[in-house]
Design a protein around this ligand. Structure first.
Ligand SMILES: Nc1ncnc2c1ncn2[C@@H]1O[C@H](COP(=O)(O)OP(=O)(O)OP(=O)(O)O)[C@@H](O)[C@H]1O
Ligand SMILES: [Mg+2]
Length: 336
C-alpha cells in the first residue's frame, strides 16, 4: 500500500513505519501538514526521516530542512538504519542546513520568510512533493516573544497551504505536560494531523510509545501504541496494533448490530401496542353489541315462541352484522 484515496478526496501516503499506516488507515495526509511532537530523544527525527525516505524511494522528490542537526549528522544517523541518503540526494532529496548562526540574530524575523522563498525555488526545481521541517521549535525558541512566534507559525502555515506540499514538522514538548503551551497550541491548530511520541523510564525500564492525537477528515485508532526503534528504523509493535484494530472493529460492528436490534425491537413494540389497542376496541364493541342483542331479544320471548324466535334471531343477526360492518368501516383507513 502506498497511496490510499478515501471518500471525499483525502489521499494518504504510506510512511513505511510498520503499524502506523494501519492505525491511520493509510499513513499521512497528502498535501497537508503533520505535526510530530514529543520530548527529547522520543523519535521525532526518526519518524520524519523514515517517512521522507519512504516517499523518496517511491520516486517522489523531497526536501529536509534541519534547524538542529547538520546535514552530515543526518546522513550518518540515517546510515545506522541502512538508509543511504547520499544516494537519494543525487536527484530526489535535498537536505538544507537551517541552523541559526550567531550573525543571523539581528535579522531573525526576516530569517524564515527569506528561507521559505529560497526553499520554494529549490522545491519547484525538484518538483518536490514532500518537505520536513525538523525541530521547528529550535527556530521558534529564538524569537523571544509569543506574538512573533505566532506570526512565524502563521507564516509557515500560509506558505505550506500555498505550496500544496505534504509536510512533516517536528517540535519538542515535555513528556508529562498536562497543559499545552501557547506555542504547542498554535502548532497543533496549524496541523491537520498530530502525532505524539513519548519516551519514558519507569522502574529503570525505558519504553517508547506513539499516539495519534488528531487527524482532520479521517478516523484513526486512538490508542497509545508501544514503539520500538531498531536497526531498521521505527515500528509500532504489531501485537498491540492487531489486537487494538480488531477490538475497535469489533466494538464498532457490535455497536452497529446492537443499534439495529434496538431499532427493530422499538418498531415491533409500537406495532404490538397498536394491534392491542385495536383488539381492545373490537372487544368493547362486541361486548356492547352482545348486551344490546340480549335486551332486544327479551320482549320477543314473551310472544309466539317459534316464529318470534326466528324473527328475533334474524333481526339480531342483521343488526349485529350491520353494527360490525359500521365498526370495521370506521376502523379501516378512510379514502380521501
Ligand atoms: N540506529 C539506531 N538503532 C537503534 N536506536 C536508534 C538508532 N538511532 C537512533 N536510535 C534511537 O532513537 C533516539 C533518537 O531519536 P530521534 O533523534 O528521532 O529523537 P528526537 O525526538 O528527534 O530527539 P530530539 O528532540 O533531541 O531531536 C535515540 O535516542 C536512540 O535511542
Ligand atoms: Mg530530533
Amino acid at each position: 500500500m502506498t497511496h490510499t484515496k478515501r471518500r471525499g478526496g483525502l489521499i494518504k501516503s504510506a510512511t513505511g513505519i510498520p503499524g502506523f499506516d494501519e492505525i491511520t488507515g493509510g499513513g499521512l495526509p497528502e498535501n497537508r501538514t503533520t505535526l510530530v511532537m514529543g520530548g527529547p530523544g522520543s523519535g521525532k527525527s526518526v519518524f520524519a526521516l523514515q517517512s521522507l525516505v519512504e516517499e523518496v524511494r517511491r520516486g517522489e522528490a523531497g526536501v529536509l530542512v534541519s534547524f538542529q542537526e547538520s546535514p552530515r549528522q543526518i546522513v550518518e544517523n540515517a546510515a545506522t538504519f541502512g538508509w543511504d541518503l547520499a544516494e537519494l540526494e543525487k536527484d530526489k532529496l535535498v537536505i538544507l542546513d537551517a541552523r541559526i548562526r550567531p550573525n543571523t540574530f539581528n535579522s531573525i524575523e526576516l530569517y524564515l520568510s527569506g528561507m521559505l522563498a529560497g526553499i520554494r525555488v529549490v522545491a519547484n526545481e525538484m518538483r518536490a512533493k514532500r518537505i520536513v521541517f525538523d525541530s521547528f521549535d529550535a527556530f521558534l525558541a529564538l524569537l523571544g516573544d509569543r506574538t512573533t512566534e505566532r506570526h512565524e507559525i502563521a507564516r509557515l502555515r500560509d506558505w505550506l497551504l500555498e505550496s500544496g506540499l505534504t509536510s512533516v514538522i517536528t517540535s519538542q514538548s515535555e513528556v508529562e505536560d498536562m497543559f499545552l503551551t501557547p506555542r504547542q497550541t498554535s502548532m497543533q491548530f496549524m496541523a491537520d494531523c498530530v502525532v505524539r511520541l513519548d519516551y519514558r523510564i519507569t522502574n529503570h525500564t525505558s519504553s517508547r510509545s506513539l499516539r495519534v492525537l488528531k487527524y482532520r477528515g479521517s478516523g484513526f485508532i486512538e490508542n497509545e501504541f508501544p514503539v520500538v526503534i531498531g536497526d531498521k528504523g521505527m515500528e509500532l509493535t504489531s501485537t498491540g496494533i492487531v489486537e487494538s484494530v480488531r477490538r475497535v472493529h469489533k466494538e464498532r460492528v457490535n455497536g452497529g448490530i446492537q443499534k439495529e436490534i434496538e431499532g427493530a425491537q422499538g418498531k415491533f413494540k409500537a406495532q404490538i401496542e397498536s394491534l392491542s389497542r385495536k383488539l381492545e376496541i373490537k372487544q368493547a364493541e362486541l361486548d356492547f353489541l352482545k348486551t344490546k342483542t340480549s335486551s332486544q331479544a327479551r320482549p320477543a320471548r314473551q310472544g309466539k315462541q317459534t316464529s318470534t324466535k326466528s324473527t328475533v334471531r334474524n333481526r339480531s343477526g342483521r343488526t349485529v352484522r350491520k353494527s360490525l360492518e359500521t365498526t370495521s368501516a370506521a376502523l379501516s383507513p378512510q379514502k380521501p
